[in-house]
Ligand binder design. Sequence first.
Ligand SMILES: [Zn+2]
Length: 95
Amino acid sequence: MEMRPLALRDITEPTITMDCRKCGRHGELNVKRLRQRYGSDLLIAVLVEIASRDCEFRERGQTDRCGAFCGTLEAMKAAPDIGSGNAYARAKGGE
Ligand SMILES: [Zn+2]
């Protein structure tokens, strides 16, 4: 099974969620708008970096970093079919 970093193009939901384990922030981001702004090739990991740039914990430096993560990405990683074609998209009835 090929595992590659997920990008915006892989997201089949209209929105993705961003959460932080440390500062407790939670947000939903519009995928269509993100694609228009950053392009479909933007990696979700990079998006997490961008979204957490203003986190109070991030500003404190390397030792106490922000715990930001993408809830949607975590869910997709947990899905057994991820990485094997578009099983996830088909299951969701997308595209
Ligand atoms: Zn944070």
